[in-house]
Design a protein around this ligand. Structure first.
Ligand SMILES: *Cc1c(COP(=O)(O)O)cnc(C)c1O
Length: 342
């Protein structure tokens, strides 16, 4: 019977489909050539995003990967080091773009729940003898995907930024899911990202748009980012049809992220005590639930079994299953997931 129902798709919050309101807005969007800066819908989205995040300006980019790469290219000089966290998205899931295209060497630090130690960062950022490559950028991620949607605590954020800034090192935030962090902290997004030199956030994750991310920074930074985007082949034309969906995402889907967090927590709590399955509901702060499977090889069997029960989940590293809640998974979907385990 469950096979006749559509799957409950918990693989990622990228699987959401545009709502009827989004499709209507896309159909009606006023457009122009954005390479000439003439797309009114893109311009409106960029202004709204900048205001929301408390930055001077923002740039619409096709993907988070491109936005992060542009930030690294602009902040860091080739032949220098950029501090990344061992399990970070940029270091693990962006095809070595910062090495291949920005020409930097990742200096890897291991964080606690994805967040580096400020003292270690401070030490790395200190000026070095000329025959050591200097650190020219610190990259942070909030929420941290691999750490199960962990939220960067505000105190830790301030300490990390201060550690880098003490040595003139800028800090970029991969905030693909930073709106989940803002909702979890019950703070305005601008407060959560205050102090960063630039911030990337995704419209295509929990916010439910079909495509797009925004890179935020000073006006001068965003002016350069526009050039870097064009160089990477990311100059787009009548792209207001996509920006329109992004505007609806910002209007309709920010506040509701808390529902995804509550559902993720409920799923995690229901899965405690299943044999061969380790899960810590207290660690579920946002919309990602990670279960560690023992033995690790059992992951394939679990995923197959869940699929037969109408549930799709994904993996995130060896022996780890990831469930992500989003706006296309309702309470009934979580009930079905729990029932599949039962
Ligand atoms: C999704 C994601 C990105 C960007 O991914 P794209 O698929 O390129 O849009 C960057 N960082 C994190 C943490 C992500 O989850």
């Amino acid at each position: 019977r469950s096979r006749m129902k559509p799957f409950v798709d918990l693989r990622s919050d990228t699987v959401t489909r545009p709502s009827a309101a989004m499709r209507a807005a896309m159909a009606e969007a006023e457009v122009g050539d954005d390479v000439y800066g003439e797309d009114k819908t893109v311009n409106a989205l960029q202004e709204e995003a900048a205001a929301l995040m408390g930055f001077d300006a923002a740039l619409f980019v096709p993907s988070g990967t491109m936005g992060n790469l542009i930030a690294v290219q602009l902040h860091a000089q080739r032949g220098t080091e950029v501090i990344v966290e061992a399990n970070g998205h940029i270091y693990n899931y962006e095809l070595a773009s910062i090495a291949a295209l920005a020409g930097v060497l990742p200096r890897v630090v291991r964080g606690a729940r994805g967040f580096p130690d400020p003292a270690e960062v401070e030490l790395l950022c200190r000026k070095k003898t000329y025959y050591h490559a200097p650190v020219t950028l610190l990259l942070l991620e909030n929420t941290h995907n691999h750490a199960g949607g962990a939220v960067l605590p505000m105190e830790r954020k301030n300490a990390l930024i201060a550690a880098a800034r003490a040595h003139g090192v800028p800090v970029h935030l991969d905030g693909a899911r930073v709106h989940n962090a803002a909702v979890a902290l019950a703070l305005p997004p601008a407060e959560v990202v205050a102090g960063f030199d630039s911030v990337l956030f995704c419209l295509s994750k929990g916010l439910g748009a079909p495509i797009g991310s925004l890179l935020c920074g000073t006006s001068g930074f965003i002016e350069k980012a526009r050039v870097a985007r064009k160089r990477l082949g990311g100059g787009m034309r009548q792209v207001g049809v996509l920006a329109a969906a992004g505007r609806v995402a910002l209007r309709d889907n920010l506040a509701r992220l808390g529902q995804d967090h509550a559902r993720a927590r409920r799923l995690a709590e229901a899965l405690v005590g299943i044999r061969g399955f380790r899960i810590d509901p207290a660690g579920v702060e946002t919309n990602i639930v990670i279960a560690e499977v023992d033995p690790p090889e059992a992951v394939t069997g679990w995923l197959k079994y869940l699929r037969e029960g109408g549930i799709l989940a994904g993996t995130l590293g060896r022996g780890r299953i990831r469930f992500v809640t989003h706006l296309d998974v309702d309470d009934a979907g979580i009930d079905r997931a729990i029932a599949a385990f039962a």
